[in-house]
Design a protein around this ligand. Structure first.
Ligand code: SF4
Length: 329
């Protein structure tokens, strides 16, 4: 990696298998970004604890599976630095330092704070760690002095908070942290099988590791145009989640599908069968790569270890600079 490349940082939480929404909204973008930029991609295991601290029995396996998913989907360790967040303790230490100067009111006004508590009602999220997770996110970004962060629209307030925290640090002590810019991803939202945003919390995901028969079953029960009750009723593709998938995964077919749907010349059952086949073809190379990676646990371990070592070179230098500026060195 040369220093004149734009440095980009992005992470993903290991809260279960990666799904098509993650693939389209984040990972495919990572695969493109790593071709041109100095990329740091991490498995955000500390972040997973902010909502799942009470049940960590699957955490180790989830981390492994997410690493396999990322590599199988094309994240390449020779092009990008791939690591596990907790292997780079500088994230936690900078988080601590930034938490000293972040006003409580900034955190309480983050829109996702209240909405997520509402969404995950079954969990006790009245914790210090959950309120402070945007500060941890700021530390993740600032520790690499990342200039750009690929985000979906729902993440923009968090990034704005990171910029504010960077400004506050720079004003209080010394100008160390650049304010990162948002690089909006192409397809931020993919509907889940129930039509809401695809999310593990809603149990409406199609995992990228789902075998073809599972993909077929999940697509088979997807919601469609609610006004289309009988086969002979003309459909409205623009309100149909199945059609959204055609737009993303089979752009060449979208016009024909829309036309046939509106003319009631295609039924929803056949439309879904065709979509399942398209998705399975799309996922086939990822599944083949997963099988190979599953056979090599040592290789996986080494990739993450090596990634953490490379990440720490940058993170330790930034942390030292921040401590010096504060007067702790
Ligand atoms: S035919 Fe396809 S696009 Fe039209 S409503 Fe049915 S599933 Fe949706």
């Amino acid at each position: 990696m040369t220093n004149d490349k734009l440095r980009i940082l992005s992470g993903i939480q290991p809260t279960g298998r990666l799904h098509l929404g993650n693939l389209i909204g984040a990972v495919e973008n990572w695969v493109e970004l790593q071709k041109e930029h100095d990329c740091y991609f991490f498995i955000a295991d500390y972040h997973a604890l902010t909502t799942s601290y009470a049940d960590t029995k699957n955490l180790k396996d989830d981390i492994r599976q997410v690493a396999i998913d990322l590599l199988a989907a094309g994240v390449a360790p020779e092009k990008a630095v791939l690591f596990k967040q907790s292997d780079v303790p500088e994230h936690a230490e900078l988080h601590l330092l930034l938490s000293m100067l972040t006003p409580l009111s900034w955190l309480e006004r983050v829109p996702s704070y209240k909405s997520k508590i509402e969404e995950l009602k079954e969990k006790d999220l009245g914790t210090y760690g959950f309120l402070g997770y945007p500060v941890l996110q700021a530390a993740d970004i600032l520790i690499y002095k990342a200039r750009e962060v690929p985000v979906g629209e729902d993440q923009l307030p968090h990034l704005e908070l990171t910029r504010e925290i960077a400004r506050r640090f720079n004003n209080l002590y010394q100008d160390i942290f650049p304010e990162p810019k948002a690089a909006l991803t192409r397809f931020p939202l993919l509907p889940g099988t129930d039509g809401r945003k695809m999310s593990k919390s809603y149990q409406n995901t199609i995992a990228i590791s789902d075998p073809p028969e599972v993909v077929g079953k999940k697509v088979g029960v997807m919601v469609t145009d609610p006004a289309r009750v009988r086969r002979q009723d003309p459909g409205h593709p623009d309100v149909c989640p199945v059609y959204q998938y055609y737009k993303i995964f089979a752009a060449k077919r979208q016009e024909t599908v829309a036309k046939e749907c509106r003319a009631a010349a295609r039924g929803c059952v056949e439309c879904k069968k065709e979509l399942a086949q398209i998705l399975n073809e799309y996922l086939a190379p990822i599944h083949a790569a997963r099988i190979e990676l599953e056979k090599e646990p040592k290789l996986l371990e080494n990739i993450l270890k090596n990634g953490a070592q490379r990440a720490r070179l940058v993170a330790a230098a930034t942390l030292a600079e921040a401590k010096q500026a504060i007067g702790l060195a």
